[in-house]
Design a protein. Structure first.
Length: 530
Protein backbone atom coordinates (compact mmCIF):
# COMPACT_ATOMS: atom_id res chain seq x y z
CA UNK A 1 0.00 0.00 0.00
CA UNK A 2 1.43 3.48 -0.88
CA UNK A 3 2.79 5.50 1.99
CA UNK A 4 0.45 8.09 3.46
CA UNK A 5 3.14 9.94 5.38
CA UNK A 6 4.97 13.12 4.46
CA UNK A 7 7.69 12.59 1.89
CA UNK A 8 11.01 11.81 3.62
CA UNK A 9 12.70 14.58 1.65
CA UNK A 10 10.31 17.13 3.12
CA UNK A 11 11.10 16.54 6.81
CA UNK A 12 14.24 16.00 8.90
CA UNK A 13 15.63 12.52 8.21
CA UNK A 14 16.90 11.82 11.74
CA UNK A 15 14.32 12.61 14.43
CA UNK A 16 16.86 12.33 17.21
CA UNK A 17 18.95 15.24 15.94
CA UNK A 18 17.65 18.69 16.86
CA UNK A 19 16.41 20.29 13.64
CA UNK A 20 18.06 23.48 12.47
CA UNK A 21 16.10 26.67 11.93
CA UNK A 22 16.08 26.09 8.15
CA UNK A 23 14.86 22.51 8.58
CA UNK A 24 12.05 23.60 10.89
CA UNK A 25 11.09 26.32 8.45
CA UNK A 26 10.99 23.97 5.45
CA UNK A 27 9.03 21.35 7.41
CA UNK A 28 6.30 23.87 8.32
CA UNK A 29 3.26 23.00 6.15
CA UNK A 30 1.57 26.36 6.72
CA UNK A 31 4.57 28.22 5.30
CA UNK A 32 4.37 25.92 2.29
CA UNK A 33 0.69 26.86 1.91
CA UNK A 34 1.55 30.58 2.04
CA UNK A 35 4.27 30.09 -0.59
CA UNK A 36 2.12 28.24 -3.12
CA UNK A 37 -0.69 30.78 -2.58
CA UNK A 38 1.52 33.45 -4.22
CA UNK A 39 1.88 31.50 -7.44
CA UNK A 40 -1.73 30.38 -7.47
CA UNK A 41 -2.95 33.95 -6.96
CA UNK A 42 -0.79 35.18 -9.85
CA UNK A 43 -2.05 32.59 -12.34
CA UNK A 44 -5.74 32.82 -11.42
CA UNK A 45 -5.72 36.62 -11.34
CA UNK A 46 -4.04 36.71 -14.75
CA UNK A 47 -6.74 34.52 -16.26
CA UNK A 48 -9.55 36.92 -15.43
CA UNK A 49 -7.77 40.28 -15.89
CA UNK A 50 -6.80 39.35 -19.44
CA UNK A 51 -10.48 38.94 -20.34
CA UNK A 52 -11.01 42.58 -19.35
CA UNK A 53 -7.94 43.74 -21.30
CA UNK A 54 -8.76 41.94 -24.56
CA UNK A 55 -10.90 44.72 -26.13
CA UNK A 56 -8.17 47.30 -25.45
CA UNK A 57 -5.49 44.94 -26.81
CA UNK A 58 -7.52 44.61 -30.00
CA UNK A 59 -7.84 48.38 -30.40
CA UNK A 60 -4.20 49.23 -29.63
CA UNK A 61 -2.65 46.46 -31.72
CA UNK A 62 -5.26 46.63 -34.54
CA UNK A 63 -6.07 42.95 -34.11
CA UNK A 64 -8.92 41.15 -35.81
CA UNK A 65 -11.48 39.23 -33.80
CA UNK A 66 -9.87 35.94 -34.86
CA UNK A 67 -6.42 37.13 -33.75
CA UNK A 68 -7.82 38.38 -30.48
CA UNK A 69 -9.38 35.00 -29.75
CA UNK A 70 -5.92 33.46 -29.87
CA UNK A 71 -4.75 35.67 -27.02
CA UNK A 72 -6.94 33.43 -24.84
CA UNK A 73 -6.84 30.23 -26.88
CA UNK A 74 -3.04 30.00 -27.19
CA UNK A 75 -2.69 30.19 -23.42
CA UNK A 76 -5.49 27.72 -22.82
CA UNK A 77 -4.15 25.14 -25.28
CA UNK A 78 -0.59 25.32 -23.95
CA UNK A 79 -1.82 25.08 -20.37
CA UNK A 80 -4.11 22.10 -21.01
CA UNK A 81 -1.34 20.22 -22.85
CA UNK A 82 1.26 20.59 -20.07
CA UNK A 83 -0.58 20.39 -16.74
CA UNK A 84 -0.28 16.63 -16.16
CA UNK A 85 3.28 16.66 -17.53
CA UNK A 86 4.17 19.47 -15.11
CA UNK A 87 2.82 17.45 -12.19
CA UNK A 88 4.73 14.35 -13.30
CA UNK A 89 7.99 16.28 -13.63
CA UNK A 90 7.51 17.66 -10.14
CA UNK A 91 6.80 14.22 -8.68
CA UNK A 92 9.86 12.74 -10.38
CA UNK A 93 12.49 15.48 -10.16
CA UNK A 94 11.31 17.83 -7.41
CA UNK A 95 8.06 19.74 -6.87
CA UNK A 96 9.81 22.77 -5.39
CA UNK A 97 12.12 23.05 -8.41
CA UNK A 98 9.37 22.97 -11.02
CA UNK A 99 7.10 25.23 -9.01
CA UNK A 100 9.85 27.88 -8.88
CA UNK A 101 10.63 27.43 -12.59
CA UNK A 102 6.93 27.87 -13.32
CA UNK A 103 6.61 31.03 -11.21
CA UNK A 104 9.72 32.66 -12.67
CA UNK A 105 8.84 31.73 -16.25
CA UNK A 106 5.24 32.88 -15.87
CA UNK A 107 6.33 36.29 -14.55
CA UNK A 108 9.01 36.81 -17.22
CA UNK A 109 6.75 35.75 -20.08
CA UNK A 110 4.13 38.19 -18.74
CA UNK A 111 6.65 41.02 -19.07
CA UNK A 112 7.49 39.82 -22.58
CA UNK A 113 3.80 40.05 -23.53
CA UNK A 114 3.67 43.69 -22.47
CA UNK A 115 6.88 44.53 -24.36
CA UNK A 116 6.03 42.61 -27.55
CA UNK A 117 4.24 45.46 -29.37
CA UNK A 118 2.41 43.20 -31.84
CA UNK A 119 -0.51 40.80 -31.70
CA UNK A 120 1.74 37.99 -32.97
CA UNK A 121 4.14 38.53 -30.09
CA UNK A 122 1.28 38.66 -27.58
CA UNK A 123 -0.11 35.34 -28.83
CA UNK A 124 3.32 33.64 -28.87
CA UNK A 125 4.24 34.74 -25.36
CA UNK A 126 0.77 33.87 -24.08
CA UNK A 127 1.43 30.30 -25.26
CA UNK A 128 4.78 30.34 -23.42
CA UNK A 129 3.00 31.70 -20.36
CA UNK A 130 0.62 28.74 -20.56
CA UNK A 131 3.54 26.28 -20.59
CA UNK A 132 4.97 27.78 -17.40
CA UNK A 133 1.50 27.82 -15.87
CA UNK A 134 1.38 24.09 -16.58
CA UNK A 135 4.55 23.62 -14.54
CA UNK A 136 3.31 25.81 -11.69
CA UNK A 137 -0.32 24.86 -11.10
CA UNK A 138 -0.18 21.09 -10.44
CA UNK A 139 2.80 21.41 -8.14
CA UNK A 140 0.90 23.75 -5.81
CA UNK A 141 -1.36 20.86 -4.81
CA UNK A 142 1.51 18.35 -5.05
CA UNK A 143 3.53 20.34 -2.50
CA UNK A 144 0.54 20.57 -0.16
CA UNK A 145 -0.12 16.83 -0.48
CA UNK A 146 3.50 16.11 0.43
CA UNK A 147 3.66 18.17 3.64
CA UNK A 148 0.16 18.09 5.12
CA UNK A 149 -1.04 15.00 7.02
CA UNK A 150 -4.37 13.59 5.78
CA UNK A 151 -6.37 15.01 8.68
CA UNK A 152 -5.25 18.57 7.85
CA UNK A 153 -5.03 18.28 4.10
CA UNK A 154 -8.72 19.10 3.60
CA UNK A 155 -8.39 22.44 5.37
CA UNK A 156 -5.26 23.25 3.35
CA UNK A 157 -7.18 22.55 0.15
CA UNK A 158 -10.00 24.77 1.43
CA UNK A 159 -7.62 27.70 1.79
CA UNK A 160 -6.06 26.85 -1.60
CA UNK A 161 -9.55 26.93 -3.13
CA UNK A 162 -10.33 30.22 -1.38
CA UNK A 163 -7.24 31.86 -2.92
CA UNK A 164 -8.17 30.46 -6.33
CA UNK A 165 -11.79 31.61 -6.20
CA UNK A 166 -11.09 35.06 -4.77
CA UNK A 167 -8.23 35.84 -7.20
CA UNK A 168 -10.43 34.82 -10.14
CA UNK A 169 -13.33 36.95 -8.92
CA UNK A 170 -11.08 39.96 -8.20
CA UNK A 171 -9.73 39.90 -11.76
CA UNK A 172 -12.46 42.08 -13.31
CA UNK A 173 -11.96 44.79 -10.69
CA UNK A 174 -8.16 44.80 -10.86
CA UNK A 175 -8.16 44.51 -14.65
CA UNK A 176 -10.72 47.27 -15.03
CA UNK A 177 -8.73 49.66 -12.84
CA UNK A 178 -5.47 48.94 -14.67
CA UNK A 179 -6.95 49.22 -18.17
CA UNK A 180 -8.88 52.40 -17.36
CA UNK A 181 -6.15 54.24 -15.43
CA UNK A 182 -2.85 52.79 -16.75
CA UNK A 183 -2.74 50.71 -19.97
CA UNK A 184 -3.36 47.18 -21.19
CA UNK A 185 0.29 46.19 -20.68
CA UNK A 186 -0.07 46.78 -16.94
CA UNK A 187 -2.37 43.74 -16.54
CA UNK A 188 0.67 41.64 -17.49
CA UNK A 189 3.36 43.71 -15.76
CA UNK A 190 1.56 43.24 -12.44
CA UNK A 191 2.71 39.61 -12.49
CA UNK A 192 6.38 40.63 -12.16
CA UNK A 193 6.30 41.93 -8.54
CA UNK A 194 4.02 39.05 -7.53
CA UNK A 195 6.40 36.59 -9.17
CA UNK A 196 9.47 38.11 -7.49
CA UNK A 197 7.79 37.89 -4.08
CA UNK A 198 6.65 34.32 -4.79
CA UNK A 199 10.14 33.17 -5.85
CA UNK A 200 11.90 34.84 -2.91
CA UNK A 201 9.51 33.55 -0.27
CA UNK A 202 9.21 30.08 -1.82
CA UNK A 203 12.96 29.59 -2.12
CA UNK A 204 13.20 30.43 1.59
CA UNK A 205 10.47 28.13 2.96
CA UNK A 206 9.55 25.37 0.47
CA UNK A 207 10.82 21.82 1.05
CA UNK A 208 12.14 19.79 -1.87
CA UNK A 209 9.73 16.87 -2.13
CA UNK A 210 9.68 14.23 -4.83
CA UNK A 211 8.80 10.58 -5.27
CA UNK A 212 11.58 8.12 -4.55
CA UNK A 213 11.07 5.97 -7.64
CA UNK A 214 14.68 4.94 -8.21
CA UNK A 215 15.45 4.02 -11.85
CA UNK A 216 12.51 5.44 -13.77
CA UNK A 217 12.10 5.69 -17.55
CA UNK A 218 10.19 8.75 -18.59
CA UNK A 219 7.03 8.02 -20.58
CA UNK A 220 7.77 10.07 -23.72
CA UNK A 221 5.09 8.29 -25.76
CA UNK A 222 2.52 9.06 -23.08
CA UNK A 223 3.56 12.73 -23.04
CA UNK A 224 3.07 13.04 -26.81
CA UNK A 225 -0.26 11.17 -26.89
CA UNK A 226 -1.70 13.11 -23.95
CA UNK A 227 -0.55 16.51 -25.24
CA UNK A 228 -1.93 15.90 -28.74
CA UNK A 229 -5.18 14.45 -27.39
CA UNK A 230 -5.82 17.38 -25.06
CA UNK A 231 -4.85 19.85 -27.79
CA UNK A 232 -7.37 18.28 -30.16
CA UNK A 233 -10.24 18.30 -27.66
CA UNK A 234 -9.62 21.82 -26.34
CA UNK A 235 -8.97 23.20 -29.84
CA UNK A 236 -12.26 21.76 -31.06
CA UNK A 237 -14.10 23.17 -28.07
CA UNK A 238 -12.72 26.69 -28.32
CA UNK A 239 -13.23 26.84 -32.09
CA UNK A 240 -16.75 25.38 -31.89
CA UNK A 241 -18.05 28.86 -31.15
CA UNK A 242 -16.75 30.32 -34.42
CA UNK A 243 -16.79 27.27 -36.71
CA UNK A 244 -20.16 26.09 -35.44
CA UNK A 245 -20.88 23.05 -33.29
CA UNK A 246 -22.17 21.06 -36.26
CA UNK A 247 -19.21 21.82 -38.54
CA UNK A 248 -16.89 19.08 -39.78
CA UNK A 249 -13.82 20.94 -38.49
CA UNK A 250 -15.11 21.13 -34.92
CA UNK A 251 -16.02 17.45 -34.69
CA UNK A 252 -12.90 16.30 -36.52
CA UNK A 253 -10.72 18.05 -33.93
CA UNK A 254 -12.74 16.80 -30.94
CA UNK A 255 -13.04 13.20 -32.17
CA UNK A 256 -9.35 13.06 -33.14
CA UNK A 257 -8.45 14.31 -29.66
CA UNK A 258 -10.74 11.78 -27.99
CA UNK A 259 -9.28 8.94 -30.09
CA UNK A 260 -5.75 9.94 -29.07
CA UNK A 261 -6.82 10.06 -25.42
CA UNK A 262 -8.24 6.54 -25.71
CA UNK A 263 -4.94 5.37 -27.23
CA UNK A 264 -3.14 7.18 -24.39
CA UNK A 265 -5.22 5.40 -21.75
CA UNK A 266 -4.53 2.02 -23.35
CA UNK A 267 -0.81 2.80 -23.54
CA UNK A 268 -0.71 3.85 -19.88
CA UNK A 269 -2.06 0.46 -18.77
CA UNK A 270 0.74 -1.34 -20.62
CA UNK A 271 3.83 0.68 -19.71
CA UNK A 272 5.88 0.06 -16.58
CA UNK A 273 6.32 3.75 -15.80
CA UNK A 274 3.14 5.59 -16.87
CA UNK A 275 2.78 9.35 -17.08
CA UNK A 276 -0.75 9.15 -15.60
CA UNK A 277 -1.21 5.92 -13.64
CA UNK A 278 -4.61 4.52 -14.57
CA UNK A 279 -4.80 2.92 -11.11
CA UNK A 280 -5.74 6.36 -9.79
CA UNK A 281 -9.16 5.96 -11.41
CA UNK A 282 -9.86 2.85 -9.36
CA UNK A 283 -10.89 5.37 -6.72
CA UNK A 284 -14.52 6.19 -7.46
CA UNK A 285 -14.22 9.31 -5.31
CA UNK A 286 -11.28 10.59 -7.38
CA UNK A 287 -13.06 9.89 -10.67
CA UNK A 288 -16.30 11.61 -9.63
CA UNK A 289 -14.25 14.47 -8.17
CA UNK A 290 -12.66 15.04 -11.60
CA UNK A 291 -16.06 15.09 -13.32
CA UNK A 292 -17.54 17.51 -10.77
CA UNK A 293 -14.45 19.76 -11.00
CA UNK A 294 -15.01 20.12 -14.75
CA UNK A 295 -18.72 20.80 -14.23
CA UNK A 296 -17.99 23.30 -11.45
CA UNK A 297 -15.83 25.48 -13.70
CA UNK A 298 -18.15 24.96 -16.67
CA UNK A 299 -20.80 26.71 -14.60
CA UNK A 300 -18.63 29.34 -12.92
CA UNK A 301 -16.67 30.61 -15.94
CA UNK A 302 -19.63 30.27 -18.29
CA UNK A 303 -22.00 32.18 -16.02
CA UNK A 304 -19.44 34.88 -15.18
CA UNK A 305 -18.79 35.36 -18.91
CA UNK A 306 -22.39 36.17 -19.85
CA UNK A 307 -23.04 38.06 -16.59
CA UNK A 308 -20.17 40.42 -17.43
CA UNK A 309 -21.63 40.90 -20.92
CA UNK A 310 -24.99 41.73 -19.34
CA UNK A 311 -23.56 44.20 -16.85
CA UNK A 312 -21.31 46.02 -19.32
CA UNK A 313 -23.13 45.88 -22.66
CA UNK A 314 -26.78 45.78 -21.58
CA UNK A 315 -26.61 47.82 -18.38
CA UNK A 316 -23.80 50.11 -19.61
CA UNK A 317 -21.47 49.69 -16.61
CA UNK A 318 -17.71 50.15 -16.85
CA UNK A 319 -15.46 47.12 -16.17
CA UNK A 320 -14.72 48.44 -12.68
CA UNK A 321 -18.39 49.05 -11.90
CA UNK A 322 -19.27 45.57 -13.19
CA UNK A 323 -16.50 44.05 -11.08
CA UNK A 324 -17.78 45.82 -7.97
CA UNK A 325 -21.29 44.49 -8.61
CA UNK A 326 -19.91 40.95 -8.54
CA UNK A 327 -18.15 41.43 -5.18
CA UNK A 328 -20.80 39.33 -3.38
CA UNK A 329 -19.57 36.39 -5.45
CA UNK A 330 -15.98 37.02 -4.30
CA UNK A 331 -16.98 37.38 -0.66
CA UNK A 332 -19.14 34.28 -0.76
CA UNK A 333 -16.25 32.31 -2.27
CA UNK A 334 -14.00 33.60 0.50
CA UNK A 335 -16.35 32.13 3.09
CA UNK A 336 -17.34 28.99 1.23
CA UNK A 337 -13.91 27.51 0.48
CA UNK A 338 -12.77 26.89 4.09
CA UNK A 339 -16.38 26.12 5.04
CA UNK A 340 -16.49 23.49 2.30
CA UNK A 341 -13.22 22.00 3.55
CA UNK A 342 -14.56 21.80 7.11
CA UNK A 343 -17.84 20.22 5.98
CA UNK A 344 -15.96 17.73 3.82
CA UNK A 345 -13.73 16.77 6.74
CA UNK A 346 -16.76 16.36 9.00
CA UNK A 347 -19.36 14.80 6.70
CA UNK A 348 -17.45 13.75 3.59
CA UNK A 349 -17.60 14.80 -0.05
CA UNK A 350 -20.97 13.06 -0.48
CA UNK A 351 -22.55 15.84 1.60
CA UNK A 352 -20.52 18.84 0.45
CA UNK A 353 -20.44 18.28 -3.32
CA UNK A 354 -24.21 17.86 -3.80
CA UNK A 355 -24.88 20.81 -1.50
CA UNK A 356 -22.56 23.04 -3.52
CA UNK A 357 -24.06 21.92 -6.82
CA UNK A 358 -27.59 22.57 -5.53
CA UNK A 359 -26.59 26.10 -4.51
CA UNK A 360 -25.26 26.69 -8.01
CA UNK A 361 -28.46 25.30 -9.52
CA UNK A 362 -30.47 27.74 -7.38
CA UNK A 363 -28.26 30.62 -8.59
CA UNK A 364 -28.73 29.63 -12.24
CA UNK A 365 -32.50 29.31 -12.00
CA UNK A 366 -32.66 32.66 -10.18
CA UNK A 367 -31.17 34.26 -13.32
CA UNK A 368 -34.48 33.50 -15.04
CA UNK A 369 -35.97 36.45 -13.12
CA UNK A 370 -33.50 38.92 -14.67
CA UNK A 371 -34.60 41.37 -17.35
CA UNK A 372 -32.87 44.14 -19.28
CA UNK A 373 -33.54 46.63 -16.46
CA UNK A 374 -33.48 44.47 -13.31
CA UNK A 375 -32.63 46.14 -10.03
CA UNK A 376 -29.52 45.13 -8.14
CA UNK A 377 -31.67 43.53 -5.44
CA UNK A 378 -32.45 40.73 -7.91
CA UNK A 379 -28.77 40.31 -8.84
CA UNK A 380 -26.80 39.86 -5.64
CA UNK A 381 -28.63 36.79 -4.25
CA UNK A 382 -27.62 34.61 -7.26
CA UNK A 383 -24.06 35.93 -6.92
CA UNK A 384 -23.98 34.84 -3.28
CA UNK A 385 -25.44 31.42 -4.05
CA UNK A 386 -23.03 30.90 -6.95
CA UNK A 387 -20.00 31.92 -4.87
CA UNK A 388 -21.02 29.64 -2.01
CA UNK A 389 -21.63 26.72 -4.34
CA UNK A 390 -18.42 27.12 -6.36
CA UNK A 391 -16.24 27.50 -3.27
CA UNK A 392 -17.71 24.47 -1.53
CA UNK A 393 -17.47 22.25 -4.61
CA UNK A 394 -13.91 23.38 -5.38
CA UNK A 395 -12.76 22.46 -1.87
CA UNK A 396 -14.55 19.10 -1.84
CA UNK A 397 -13.58 18.07 -5.37
CA UNK A 398 -9.92 19.09 -4.96
CA UNK A 399 -9.73 17.06 -1.76
CA UNK A 400 -11.46 14.16 -3.53
CA UNK A 401 -8.89 14.15 -6.36
CA UNK A 402 -5.60 14.96 -4.66
CA UNK A 403 -6.52 13.66 -1.20
CA UNK A 404 -7.44 10.27 -2.64
CA UNK A 405 -4.20 9.90 -4.61
CA UNK A 406 -1.05 8.45 -3.03
CA UNK A 407 1.52 11.01 -1.88
CA UNK A 408 3.94 9.86 -4.58
CA UNK A 409 1.37 10.83 -7.25
CA UNK A 410 0.41 14.16 -5.68
CA UNK A 411 1.73 16.27 -8.56
CA UNK A 412 0.06 14.11 -11.21
CA UNK A 413 -3.23 14.29 -9.28
CA UNK A 414 -2.84 18.07 -9.09
CA UNK A 415 -2.29 18.14 -12.85
CA UNK A 416 -5.39 16.02 -13.38
CA UNK A 417 -7.44 18.38 -11.21
CA UNK A 418 -6.16 21.46 -13.05
CA UNK A 419 -6.69 19.84 -16.46
CA UNK A 420 -10.32 18.99 -15.76
CA UNK A 421 -10.80 22.50 -14.42
CA UNK A 422 -9.43 24.10 -17.60
CA UNK A 423 -11.42 21.84 -19.92
CA UNK A 424 -14.60 22.55 -17.95
CA UNK A 425 -13.99 26.29 -18.13
CA UNK A 426 -13.32 26.17 -21.88
CA UNK A 427 -16.50 24.18 -22.44
CA UNK A 428 -18.50 26.56 -20.25
CA UNK A 429 -17.66 29.72 -22.17
CA UNK A 430 -17.81 28.11 -25.63
CA UNK A 431 -21.00 26.09 -25.15
CA UNK A 432 -22.95 28.84 -23.39
CA UNK A 433 -21.95 31.45 -25.97
CA UNK A 434 -23.29 29.08 -28.63
CA UNK A 435 -26.53 28.62 -26.67
CA UNK A 436 -26.98 32.38 -26.37
CA UNK A 437 -26.18 32.90 -30.07
CA UNK A 438 -28.66 30.24 -31.17
CA UNK A 439 -31.43 31.66 -29.00
CA UNK A 440 -30.73 35.24 -30.13
CA UNK A 441 -30.82 34.16 -33.76
CA UNK A 442 -34.17 32.45 -33.24
CA UNK A 443 -35.90 35.33 -31.43
CA UNK A 444 -34.22 38.60 -32.48
CA UNK A 445 -36.56 39.56 -35.33
CA UNK A 446 -39.65 38.75 -33.28
CA UNK A 447 -38.41 40.79 -30.32
CA UNK A 448 -37.52 43.76 -32.53
CA UNK A 449 -40.94 43.87 -34.14
CA UNK A 450 -42.57 43.39 -30.75
CA UNK A 451 -40.68 46.44 -29.46
CA UNK A 452 -42.05 48.57 -32.33
CA UNK A 453 -39.33 48.26 -35.01
CA UNK A 454 -40.82 48.11 -38.55
CA UNK A 455 -40.74 44.59 -40.01
CA UNK A 456 -38.48 45.41 -42.97
CA UNK A 457 -35.90 47.11 -40.76
CA UNK A 458 -36.16 44.35 -38.17
CA UNK A 459 -35.26 41.81 -40.87
CA UNK A 460 -32.14 43.77 -41.77
CA UNK A 461 -31.14 44.31 -38.14
CA UNK A 462 -31.55 40.59 -37.46
CA UNK A 463 -28.35 40.08 -39.46
CA UNK A 464 -26.50 41.69 -36.53
CA UNK A 465 -27.29 38.70 -34.32
CA UNK A 466 -23.60 38.14 -33.47
CA UNK A 467 -23.35 41.60 -31.91
CA UNK A 468 -26.67 41.15 -30.10
CA UNK A 469 -25.41 37.81 -28.71
CA UNK A 470 -22.70 39.86 -26.99
CA UNK A 471 -25.35 42.21 -25.55
CA UNK A 472 -24.68 45.02 -28.07
CA UNK A 473 -27.74 46.63 -29.68
CA UNK A 474 -27.31 47.47 -33.43
CA UNK A 475 -28.22 51.14 -33.11
CA UNK A 476 -26.76 54.06 -35.03
CA UNK A 477 -26.53 57.78 -34.47
CA UNK A 478 -28.79 58.49 -37.45
CA UNK A 479 -31.78 56.68 -35.94
CA UNK A 480 -34.54 58.79 -34.36
CA UNK A 481 -34.62 58.49 -30.59
CA UNK A 482 -37.87 56.43 -30.46
CA UNK A 483 -36.45 53.96 -33.01
CA UNK A 484 -33.13 53.75 -31.16
CA UNK A 485 -35.03 52.95 -27.96
CA UNK A 486 -37.11 50.29 -29.72
CA UNK A 487 -34.04 48.63 -31.29
CA UNK A 488 -32.24 48.63 -27.93
CA UNK A 489 -35.26 47.20 -26.14
CA UNK A 490 -35.79 44.40 -28.68
CA UNK A 491 -32.09 43.55 -28.88
CA UNK A 492 -31.67 43.40 -25.14
CA UNK A 493 -34.75 41.21 -24.78
CA UNK A 494 -33.35 38.81 -27.39
CA UNK A 495 -30.07 38.72 -25.48
CA UNK A 496 -31.92 38.01 -22.25
CA UNK A 497 -33.69 35.12 -24.01
CA UNK A 498 -30.24 33.69 -24.66
CA UNK A 499 -29.18 34.29 -21.06
CA UNK A 500 -32.28 32.51 -19.78
CA UNK A 501 -31.62 29.53 -22.07
CA UNK A 502 -28.04 29.32 -20.78
CA UNK A 503 -29.28 29.56 -17.21
CA UNK A 504 -31.59 26.59 -17.77
CA UNK A 505 -28.75 24.54 -19.30
CA UNK A 506 -26.38 25.25 -16.41
CA UNK A 507 -29.08 24.74 -13.79
CA UNK A 508 -29.99 21.31 -15.17
CA UNK A 509 -26.31 20.32 -15.34
CA UNK A 510 -25.89 21.33 -11.70
CA UNK A 511 -28.82 19.13 -10.69
CA UNK A 512 -27.31 16.21 -12.62
CA UNK A 513 -23.96 16.85 -10.92
CA UNK A 514 -25.59 16.87 -7.50
CA UNK A 515 -27.32 13.57 -8.28
CA UNK A 516 -24.07 12.00 -9.51
CA UNK A 517 -22.17 13.06 -6.40
CA UNK A 518 -24.93 11.94 -4.03
CA UNK A 519 -25.37 8.56 -5.71
CA UNK A 520 -21.76 7.81 -6.59
CA UNK A 521 -19.78 8.87 -3.53
CA UNK A 522 -19.48 6.97 -0.30
CA UNK A 523 -20.62 8.56 2.96
CA UNK A 524 -18.21 9.70 5.65
CA UNK A 525 -14.85 11.38 5.32
CA UNK A 526 -12.42 10.69 2.54
CA UNK A 527 -10.08 7.80 3.04
CA UNK A 528 -6.58 7.18 1.76
CA UNK A 529 -6.70 4.69 -1.15
CA UNK A 530 -4.90 1.41 -0.87
Amino acid sequence: MPSTSVDPSAVPATPAAPPTGAARRRANPWLTLCAVAFGLFMVQLDGSVVAIANPEIGRRLHASTAQLQWVTNAYLLALAATLILGGKLGDRFGRRTFYLVGVAGFALSSVAIGLSGSITGVVAFRALQGVFGGLLMPNTLGLLRAVFPPRRFGMAVGIWAMVSAVSTALGPIVGGLLVEHVDWQSVFYINLPIGVLACAFSAFVLPQSKSGTGRHRFDVTGVVLLALGLLGVVFGVVKGETWGWTSAGTWTAILAGLLLLIVFGRHETRTAHPLLPMRLFRSRTLTIGAIITALNFFVMLGVIFFVMLYLQNVRGLTPVQAGVRTLPLSLASLVASPLGAALTARFGARFCMPLGMLLQAAACFALLTWSGDSSYTTMWPPFVALGLGVGMVLSASSDAIVGNAPVRDGGVAGGLQATTLQIGGALGTSVLVSVISARVGATLRTELTGAGVPGTLAGKLAEAKDAVAMGVAPVSGTMPDPLRAAVAEGSHQAFMNGVHASAVVTGVLCLLGAALAAAGLKGGTAAEPE
